[in-house]
Design a protein around this ligand. Structure first.
Ligand SMILES: C[S@@+](CC[C@H](N)C(=O)[O-])C[C@H]1O[C@@H](n2cnc3c(N)ncnc32)[C@H](O)[C@@H]1O
Length: 421
C-alpha cells in the first residue's frame, strides 16, 4: 500500500508543469472513505484548486455512442485502419497512430475489419503499457474496484485479441481496467465521441451530493480544472459529485451503489425532503389526503415511503414500480415529441401524474433547456420564455439543495441570460 506521502509526491510529479506555486490541496486520510483531498488554506468560491492533465485518455465507446471518430484526434470522422489493427483512424492522424497500430497488431486482433466497441474501449487501458515507472506507480496507488460488469468488460476486451502477450501484461491491463472502472471521468459527455479519462489527483476526490467543488475539462487538451463551488476552509475535505446534482436521493443511491459500490451518507442523502426540494416526492393516495409521499431518511436501497401529511406508509416495492412506469411512459412521450408538444406535456399533463417537484419533471425541464440550447432552428419567442422560466425554477431547486457555484448553475444562468438578449 502506497503511503500518503508517496502518493502525494507521485501526484505532484505527474502534474509536471501544472504544479502550482502555492499548492492549495494535500492528500490525507478521509472521514468519508480511504484517502481524500484537503484544502491547505481557506479557498474562495470560484478559485482554481488544481489543473491536471489526463494520465490516460481514450474513447469511452459506450453502448450508446456512435463509433465513427478517429481514435487519435477524436474529432474527425475515421475509417478502420487498413493495416489490420482494428482501430478507426483519420487520414491526418495515421502517423501518430503508428505505434498503437504496431502494438494492437502484435496482439492479433480478431476480425480487424470490423469496428468493435469493446476493442475501442480497451484502447484507454492499453495506452497504460507505455507509461513511465512513476506514472505506473501512481496508477497502481489508485483504488481498483472489481465487480461483475468490470469482469465482463475485461473478458470482452480479451476476446478481441488472439494473443495478448505474457501474464504480466495481462495482470497489468486487468489492474488498469479496474482503476479506470473506479476512477475515470467521462469527458465531452455531450459530444459525438465521449472520452474516458483518468486523473490521479481528480480520482482522489471523494463524493458528496452537495459538493464544495466543481470540475470542467479544457477543450484543447482535456485537462481537468477543479474549482471551489463554495468557500472552503483550511483543512476541509474537498469533494465533488459523482452523480447529476438534480437526481433524487434514491436515484443517486442506486447509481453509486451499482457503479461505485458505496452508499453515500452525506447530509443530503440523509434528508428525506432534500432541503425541501422534494425531488423524490409522489402523490399520497390515501382518502382525501393532498400530501406528498417521500422515501424515509435511510441508507437503504429499498426504503419505505411515508406521506409527509397523513403519515401513511407505503412499501418500497409498490412505489418503485410506480416510479418506473411513470418514468418509462413520460420518457417515451418526451423523446418522440416536438419541443412545443413536450413543453405542453410537461406543463399540463405531467403534474397530474407526479408532483412538479419530482425529479422526472425536473429532468424533463432541464432537457428542454438543453434541447433549445443545441437547436439550430429558430426558436419561437414563447418557447424562449418557457425555457427562461424553467431555468429559474431549476435554479431555485439548486438553491434549496444548497448547491454552490457548480457548472450546472453557471449553465442555467447563461441560458437564462442568453434568452434575454
Ligand atoms: C474515485 S475514488 C475516491 C478516492 C478513494 N477514497 C481512495 O482512497 O482512493 C472512489 C471510491 O472512493 C470511495 N468513496 C468516494 N466517496 C465516497 C462516499 N461519499 N462514501 C463512501 N465511499 C466513498 C468509494 O469506495 C469509491 O468507489
Amino acid at each position: 500500500m502506497t503511503s500518503i506521502e508517496r502518493l502525494e509526491e507521485l501526484i505532484i510529479l505527474n502534474l509536471g508543469d501544472l504544479k502550482q506555486g502555492e499548492q492549495l490541496w494535500k492528500i490525507g486520510i478521509s472521514d468519508i472513505s480511504g484517502r481524500g483531498v484537503f484544502a491547505t488554506r481557506n479557498i474562495k468560491c470560484g478559485e482554481v484548486i488544481f489543473e491536471e492533465a489526463p494520465l490516460l485518455i481514450g474513447p469511452a465507446s459506450r453502448n450508446e455512442d456512435t463509433l465513427s471518430n478517429c481514435c487519435i484526434c477524436y474529432s474527425s470522422v475515421a475509417v478502420l485502419c487498413d493495416d489490420g489493427c482494428g482501430l478507426p483512424v483519420c487520414g491526418l492522424c495515421s502517423d501518430r497512430h503508428k505505434s498503437e497500430c504496431v502494438l494492437f497488431k502484435s496482439w492479433e486482433p480478431t476480425e480487424p475489419q470490423t469496428l468493435n466497441k469493446c476493442r475501442l474501449r480497451f484502447l484507454t487501458a492499453a495506452r497504460s503499457i507505455t507509461l513511465s515507472s512513476n506514472q505506473k506507480e501512481v496508477l497502481y496507488a489508485m483504488q481498483a474496484n472489481v465487480d461483475k460488469p468490470f469482469q465482463k468488460e475485461f473478458e470482452n476486451a480479451m476476446a478481441c485479441f488472439r494473443k495478448l502477450l505474457d501474464k504480466n501484461n495481462i495482470d497489468h491491463l486487468y489492474r488498469t481496467m479496474a482503476v479506470l472502472n473506479t476512477n475515470s471521468f467521462v469527458v465531452n459527455s455531450e459530444s459525438p465521441c465521449p472520452l474516458r479519462a483518468l486523473y490521479p489527483l481528480g480520482g482522489m476526490v471523494n463524493n458528496e451530493c452537495v459538493p464544495n467543488s466543481t470540475y470542467t475539462f479544457e477543450k484543447k487538451n482535456y485537462n481537468m480544472i477543479l474549482k471551489a463551488a463554495k468557500d472552503i476552509i483550511k483543512g476541509e475535505e474537498i469533494t465533488n459529485s459523482y452523480t447529476k446534482l438534480l437526481w433524487s436521493n434514491l436515484m443517486r443511491r442506486l447509481y453509486l451503489k451499482i457503479t461505485k459500490h458505496f452508499i453515500c451518507k452525506c447530509k443530503r442523502c440523509l434528508d428525506s425532503t432534500e432541503g425541501g426540494s422534494l425531488l423524490s416526492a409522489l402523490y399520497c393516495k390515501a382518502d382525501d389526503c393532498s400530501g406528498l409521499v417521500v422515501p424515509e431518511a435511510s441508507t437503504s436501497l429499498h426504503p419505505d415511503w411515508k406521506c409527509l401529511k397523513c403519515e401513511t406508509n407505503y412499501p418500497h416495492v409498490a412505489m418503485s414500480k410506480k416510479l418506473n412506469i411513470l418514468l418509462k411512459s413520460m420518457d417515451s412521450k418526451l423523446n418522440t415529441s416536438s419541443l412545443a408538444e413536450a413543453i405542453d406535456f410537461i406543463v399540463d399533463k405531467c403534474p397530474l401524474l407526479v408532483p412538479e417537484s419530482n425529479q422526472i419533471i425536473v429532468e424533463a425541464k432541464y432537457n428542454i433547456v438543453s434541447r433549445i440550447n443545441s437547436s439550430d432552428e429558430g426558436i419561437h419567442l414563447e418557447i424562449l420564455d418557457v425555457s427562461r422560466r424553467f431555468c429559474e425554477e431549476l435554479l431555485t431547486i439548486l438553491d434549496k439543495l444548497g448547491v454552490g457555484a457548480s457548472e450546472i448553475r453557471t449553465y442555467l444562468e447563461n441560458q437564462k441570460k442568453r434568452e434575454r438578449q
